[in-house]
Design a protein. Sequence first.
Length: 160
Amino acid sequence: MESKQKLFLIIAVAVIGLMAVGFIGMKETSKPGFCSTCHSMKPAYENWADSAHGQVDCMTCHSEPGFSGFVKVKLGGIRQVAVTLTSDVQPEDVIGLAHVNEATCISCHDQEQTETVMAHKIHASFDHGCLACHDRVVHDPPHQAKPDKTQESCIICHKQ
């Protein structure tokens, strides 16, 4: 075998190997259990597991539709891993950082059905999206009595 053929074969095997590792890595890091491996995400993971959304994969809510949305969230994940490895990230440091697209909410929660509920209908007429009130519905502790961030949001318009 010529040296050029050997070199081509080595490069081809290396590229295929890297692609396989990359594919497996993308798949594994998309699983909810991966998120819980960081101590800063453990409380959010546990609250998610106890929530009504506990069977919904993280990527369903935290990535925008399509391949570009997947790539965008993975690049953000690489940044988060780098920050976690180079600094002391605490659970309170990560609250509210992950983006949720409201179109994702509507893809599972039928918009017509939710708009029939009077409060939803009124708020939708003022162009308030789902996350104006439901931004912490999945990752806050489910059965804990605490001041609700939603109240703070309500006071902006309702004054009381």
